[in-house]
Structures are given as C-alpha cells and as structure tokens.
Design a protein around this ligand. Structure first.
Ligand code: EPZ
Length: 423
C-alpha cells in the first residue's frame, strides 16, 4: 500500500485544474441503462471509483469505453443480459446501488446486493427502497440482496416524501421515475449540484423533469429515452479541498473551473476565517497571507449547507486557527476518524459525540499518520502541507478513489510532496 510523504514548505502559488465530479459521474453512468442509444460523458474524472462503476456496468452487459485517457466515457446499453449486481463489486463501492432504479425502470426486474456499511457509518439504503416501492416496485430482501421487480414489467408514478434528505435515494428515484408510467413527485429531495447535473443529463436524453435543485422534483415518465452527450459538472469537493491548501499554507492559488455557486456556504466560512476568495474569468482564486486564520464554527448540512465531504478538510485548517472552533457533523455518525490522526500531529481536538471542539495551535508537527477514508486522507495531507517537518500518510488507496493526480496538482503550486510506492 502506497504512502504519501509531505513536508511543510511555506506558501503555495499557482493554479490547479479541478476535474469533473466523482459523485456526479457515479450517478450519471447508470443512466446509460435507461436507453438503448449511446450515452457519452465528457470531463469525466480518472478515479478508481469510476473504474469500479465501469466494471459493474460491463458486468450487466453495457459497453463502456474510456477515451482520451479516461476523460470521455462512451457507453452503450443496447444489450443488457444480466440484471444482478454482485456483492463483490457493490461492497467495494456503495454507489453501485444506483443501478437498481435504472435496471427496474428499463426491464422491470433487478437483483442488487445490499452495500453494507463503510468506515463513516452504517449507510442504510432504506430510503432508496421506500422510493422505489412508492413507484410500485415489489422488493424481497434475502441473502443480503434486494430482489426487485415491477409488476407488469413497468414502474408507475408515485409520491415519495423523504423523511430525511438523501442524495443517493433522490438519485435512484430520479433515474427510475424517468421511464415510469405517469407522474412522480419527490418531496424533501436532495438539492446537491450533482442532482441538478443528473437531471440535466436525463433531460438531454428526453426525460421530463422539473424542480431539480429544489426540494420538490416532478418527473413525467416517458416511453423511452434517447442517447446524449453530457459534460460532468466540476467536482465541488475537490474544489473545496484545494481551496484549503493556500488557506492553511498561505499564498495565492487559482482553482481552474471552480465556481462559487457550487460551494457558497463553504466560501462564506472561509471568508469568515479571514481567507480571501475571488471569482476570476477561469475559476476561483484563494489568497491568504501566511499566518493563522480565525477559528470559525461549522455545521454540516445537506446542500446548500456546509458539505459533510469537506468537514475533515476544514478540521485540518481549524487545527492551526487562532481560537476555538466547533465542527458539528450532522450527516454521518462516524466521520471524525481523521481527528486522532491529526492529534498525532499535535492538534488539540476534543470529540463529544457528533461535535469536535478544535483549539488551534500555532503549528502542527509532521508525523506518520494513517488515512481511514477518502476525505480523511486529504485532511491529513492538508495538515502535512502546513506542519513543521515530514508527514507520512499511509493507506492512500483511499485517496485514489476520489482525487486524481494529487501529488502532481499540489507539487505544481510549490508543495513538497511525493508518493512512495510500497509493496
Ligand atoms: C452521497 O452519499 C455521497 N456519495 C457522499 O460522498 C456524501 O457524503 C453524501 O451523499 C452526503 O452528501 C456519492 O454521491 C457517491 P445520503 P449517500 O444518502 O447518497 C442516511 C464522498 O466522500 N441514509 O445523502 O450515501 C445516511 O446514513 C462520499 O464522496 C439513510 O438513513 O448519502 C446518512 O446519514 C462519502 N437511508 C444520510 O442519510 C438511506 O436510504 C445522508 O446520506 C440513505 C441514506
């Protein structure tokens, strides 16, 4: 398992290109199952999760070809000959559950492994199932699999009132509703930019969707969908992650392709901390003179609130802030695993249930630390960028799931960082 070695090296300056969004691409790819015509995604990120989703779709009989070094995904599902998503793939990546809705909508039956939990929480899928049942699906849960079928071979429209906001459940329901007979209304739907991106792609394919990006989405089912070509939206979590690099080290970095409307709450939090965020013609520029930022409190919420996927990275910044910050994680039940690792670097963090109280210190000290999940891994790298001395982050396979070319991107703005190949 490889490690990443990072040494505090002062302010960062330059520009970092932001890739297409992992969490948009993972829900756009299953949309190919809804049509027999080709669906092509451009601006796709080159990540291990995308390769996992590619393998899953291919196992169902879809053709997925990565072009232009993986930036373009040419997909075609004219011959789906398998409707079972096996545990060995689904357990590796929870987003695999997103083939359930499209398979049901396309052919009226599917068998999909339950994903199981992961490091940050139990991650149930009950809301996905509730939504599909509201569209007429009959679900039988046995042997760790969901055996689903649509009576008469076709789902019907329904009203889905989500008791809590779920990105994945909204996506599964949205995908399924496009081909259901009649009208589906999703209430308390997720509003993330990735949901908007999915809806825009489906509309390009001929779906009839209104209200995407708001809490109430209405879908008028159609008989069939066409093919399309769709650009994957910019990855707002990669964007926010790299915005924190000049904030924690000092300097000035432009994030190419970044847009403030993808991360308004996060940008405001950074500005409250005393970091300058400026729109440019080609992206977002973050400027911070070297020195400690102000401590600011954070509460993670569904979009448009502060993203849970940036909580770990923000905690790294607060570890060297001037003052005491509280970070409240309200989306997942176990998303502070980066905290003990940051404490190894001298951070002062008091964990109380879903709240972390961080007392900023003048400077962290480099140390060997271990990545526990995708966003924790980059939190430790950000801390290492500003720490005194060398930090070795192990188990960076987590990183490869969600960040392409981290070493290249950070080195290009002056970071002292390298990847160590280990057996
Ligand atoms: C998506 O996960 C993202 N993953 C996550 O990003 C992100 O953290 C999360 O949304 C919240 O924004 C992808 O898009 C592939 P949820 P998802 O359903 O859809 C509970 C990353 O780092 N819940 O919005 O699984 C759930 O346990 C990953 O890129 C149910 O109770 O998140 C959680 O507490 C991590 N029942 C809350 O809802 C359900 O059926 C929000 O989960 C579904 C979810």
């Amino acid at each position: 398992m490889d490690s990443i070695l990072v040494t505090g090296n002062g302010p960062l300056n330059g520009a970092i290109p932001i890739a297409g969004a992992k969490n948009a691409c993972l829900t756009l790819m299953p949309a190919t199952l809804l049509s027999e015509e080709p669906l092509t995604l451009t601006n796709a990120p080159r990540l291990s999760d995308i390769r996992t989703m590619t393998s899953l779709l291919q196992s169902l009989g879809a053709e997925v070809t990565a072009l232009q070094d993986g930036k373009v995904l040419a997909m075609s599902s004219h011959a789906i000959d398998n409707h079972t998503a096996h545990y060995d793939i689904v357990r590796k990546m929870r987003a695999s559950i997103l083939v359930l809705g499209p398979l049901l909508a396309r052919d009226g039956h599917a068998v999909v492994s339950l994903p199981g939990g992961c490091a940050i929480g139990a991650r149930p899928v009950d809301l996905h199932l509730k939504a599909l049942e509201a569209m007429g699906a009959e679900l039988d849960l046995r042997d760790g699999y969901v055996h689903a079928k649509a009576p008469g071979g076709r789902l019907h429209g329904g009203v889905v009132d989500f008791p809590l906001v779920s990105v994945g459940a909204t996506e599964n329901a949205l995908l399924a509703a496009t081909l259901a007979k009649g009208t589906t209304v999703l209430k308390n739907a997720a509003r993330e930019p990735e949901i908007i991106d999915l809806a825009e792609c489906l509309i390009r394919m001929g779906a009839q969707i209104e209200g995407h990006g708001t809490s109430t989405v209405t879908i008028q089912g159609v008989e069939r969908l066409n093919g399309a070509t769709h650009p994957v939206v910019t990855d707002r979590i990669e964007l926010g992650t790299y915005m924190l690099a000049p904030a924690i080290c000092g300097g000035e970095v432009e994030l190419l392709g970044g847009r403030r409307n993808l991360l308004e709450a996060f940008c405001q939090t950074l500005e409250q901390a005393g970091v300058e965020v400026t729109d440019t013609d080609t992206g977002l520029k973050v400027t911070h003179k070297a020195g400690r930022v102000k401590a600011v409190d954070v509460v993670t919420e569904p979009f448009p609130g502060f993203p849970t996927d940036l909580q770990a990275q923000m905690m790294a910044l607060m570890c060297t802030a001037d003052g005491v910050a509280t970070l409240e994680e309200k989306i997942f039940e176990n998303r502070f695993m980066h905290a003990p690792e940051l404490m190894r670097m001298g951070a002062q963090i008091d964990l109380q249930g879903g709240t972390a109280k961080v007392t900023g210190v003048d400077r962290l000290k480099g140390a060997p630390v271990m990545a526990t999940d995708l966003r924790a891994s980059v939190s430790l790298i950000l801390a290492g960028l500003a720490a005194e001395g060398e930090t070795r982050v192990s188990r960076v396979y987590h990183l490869d799931r969600g960040y392409e070319h981290v070493v290249r991107k950070l080195s290009s703005v002056g970071a002292k960082i390298e990847r160590i190949k280990e057996s």
